[in-house]
Design a binder for this molecule. Structure first.
Ligand code: ATP
Ligand code: MG
Length: 571
């Protein structure tokens, strides 16, 4: 590509609307421009990278035996009504009517459409296992679209759906996808981790997310320093504490604590560390309110709590609601004498002599023991794991936490969609059988942003070669110098002829601007061609990755660039 003929509107300053590095750099490098909240135009530079990701994904999906299809973005409501998701999906589903008043949505995902297709086309076990994928725009009316295309409303996804006759076969299809995903993220040059993920409303079956590790990630990822256990914080299991302290002999006492409401205030009042206190939280589900107990220094994991209570519409109660239901203010709530069902976090199972609210405004209880002072409640894993917690899987390692960007998600769906949509095939015995389904998503556009989060410096993007919009940038200092321009054009042509993708900066711009833009755009290899170099018989080849540079004699330049780029591409 010749820069003089390309729409590549770079910006000198960080745009004020961008908070994270990838968003800033994508705007500054002229890769994207916003059209509306969470909706973006992809400009030539951005699109080149997006296509690179797409191609890597496509290659690996094909290799894994999946078949590419393309389904409509616009989907009739009837299909969503069949599975019940027309009601369940909520406000993220963009719904609209056609001129005949019929309901439609813009697809946020395609389980219904693909299952409708295959229930008509797949009739026999002989056609299974089958896996279909597409690379296509999705729309989700996200509450908080942000970080540019990282969390857009319209975004590009690769979604795949597998159909298998039985569980063993589904497990196999899932493993195939798992491996394909590892290859994809490796090929994209990303540092990533596969983690166990919550299966949410569908429940039960396996699910893994693939996270690109980056500070700006919206997810927290727990992993063990000794075994290979890794899970999203939403799901990471806390181990049961081993020590079983003997119950304290200290009597339970009620103490006036007029100013102490928060855990910090209570700990300070009693001069204890927060782990000696117990906090009581009120939540509700469709089945009514519950009291949850956590150690003072622990955080509630709402997903675990909601899964455990198995109720719909789980929510934490507001202070006014708590007061209305219990007659007690939030800061003095406690389990002794509570009239609600109580569920305590596992870490409290062996606790004794703890401090908690007295269920009376302005009072706390000290020296509280299970059984002696209140009935032992039900225990469940309700909390977020913390750094240094012992690993629930191996027992010997400890957990660390990292930030991650979710770029992929694989999920065993079971028969949720095939059953509700009445998809069957004839099995070996000639009987109708409901196949099991898996679904596999990759955030194709999100990968572009995630790659930048991991590969940049103060001056701009440093592309891994597999995603680089250009392998080599030829920086022509002054296009009016004929000899230099000729050499630049010649190298440009040779690179193209050898199958590489060069960018030639042949603009009439100041040299400083060209260098700045080259850093911003981030082609891994750069060659600087000017009159002086030609006179001296050598030009400078630079690496965007480590900043190194070397002089190369004129007639060896093209060959060196080709070899270097091809070497990088082959690793
Ligand atoms: P998230 O928790 O980030 O909202 P999700 O669990 O809703 O993701 P899936 O339904 O599993 O996402 O979609 C598959 C993939 O699509 C995700 O792993 C992610 O990479 C990508 N993705 C999901 N929502 C968005 C979005 N709003 N913008 C860009 N990519 C997205
Ligand atoms: Mg989402």
């Amino acid at each position: 590509m010749r820069l003089s003929k390309t729409l590549l509107p770079t910006l000198k300053e960080d745009p004020v609307e961008a908070q994270i590095v990838s968003h800033k750099l994508m705007l500054r490098a002229g890769m994207i421009r916003q059209l509306g909240a969470g909706i973006y135009n992809w400009l030539p530079l951005g699109l080149r990278v997006l296509r690179k990701v797409e191609n890597i994904v496509r290659q690996e999906m094909d290799k894994a035996g999946a078949q590419e299809v393309l389904m409509p973005a616009v989907q009739p409501a009837e299909l969503w009504q069949e599975t019940g998701r027309w009601e369940q999906y909520g406000v993220e589903l963009l719904r609209f009517k056609d001129r005949g008043g019929r309901d439609f949505c813009f697809g946020p995902t395609h389980e219904e459409v693909i299952t409708d297709l295959v229930r008509n086309e797949l009739r026999s076990y002989k056609q299974l296992p089958a896996n279909f994928y597409q690379i296509q725009s999705k729309f989700r009316d996200e509450v908080r679209p942000r970080f540019g295309i990282m969390r857009g409303r319209e975004f590009l996804m690769k979604d795949a759906y597998s159909y298998d006759l039985d569980q063993e076969s589904l497990d196999n299809s899932y493993d195939l996808m798992f491996k394909a995903y590892q290859n994809i993220f490796k090929s994209c040059g990303l540092s990533f981790r596969a983690v166990e993920a919550d299966t949410g409303a569908i429940g039960g079956s396996d699910s893994h997310e693939f996270h690109v590790l980056a500070e700006s990630g919206e997810d927290a990822i727990a992993s063990c320093n000794s075994c290979d256990y890794a899970a999203n914080l939403e799901k990471a299991e806390a181990g049961t504490p081993k020590a079983i302290p003997s119950p304290t002999k200290e009597q339970m006492q009620k103490i006036a604590t007029p100013e102490a409401k928060t855990i910090d205030e209570v700990s300070e009042f009693f001069t204890v560390t927060p782990d000696k206190t117990v906090k009581s939280l009120l939540v509700k589900t469709d089945e009514g309110p519950f009291m949850l107990l956590l150690r003072g220094d622990h955080e509630l994991n709402e997903i675990k709590a909601s899964n455990f209570l198995d109720g719909n519409n789980f929510s934490l109660l507001e202070p006014e609601e708590v007061k209305n239901i219990t007659g007690v203010s939030v800061g003095s709530l406690g389990p002794v004498g509570a009239k609600l069902p109580v569920i305590a976090d596992l870490s409290l199972a062996n606790n004794s002599g703890f401090i908690c609210g007295a269920n009376e405004d302005g009072y706390h209880l000290t020296g509280v023991n299970w059984e002696r002072d209140l009935p032992k409640p039900k225990f469940a894993d309700l909390r977020n794991v913390q750094v240094g917690d012992s690993c629930s899987r191996c027992g010997s390692g400890t957990l660390r936490l990292d930030r991650g960007i979710e770029v992929g998600h694989v999920f065993k769906l079971g028969d949720k969609y095939t059953k509700s949509m009445g998809m069957t095939v004839l099995n070996q015995l000639g009987r109708e059988q409901t196949p099991l389904m898996g679904c596999y998503g990759i955030g194709v556009s999100r990968i572009v942003a995630a790659a930048i989060e991991q590969n940049h410096d103060d001056n701009g993007i440093v592309w891994p070669i597999s995603l680089a919009p250009f392998h080599v940038e030829i920086l022509l200092i002054n296009p009016k110098e004929e000899a230099a321009a000729n050499l630049a054009n010649d190298i440009y042509k040779q690179l193209q002829d050898s199958g590489l993708e060069p960018l030639l900066d042949d603009r009439n711009e100041r040299i400083g601007v060209k260098f700045k833009d080259a850093d911003l755009i981030g082609a891994p290899i750069r060659v600087v061609i000017g009159g002086r170099g030609i006179k001296e018989g050598a030009v400078e080849v630079q690496s965007r990755v480590d900043g190194s540079s070397e002089k190369v004699v004129l007639d060896k330049v093209a060959e060196l660039l080709i070899n270097r780029a091809k070497n990088l591409l082959s690793v």
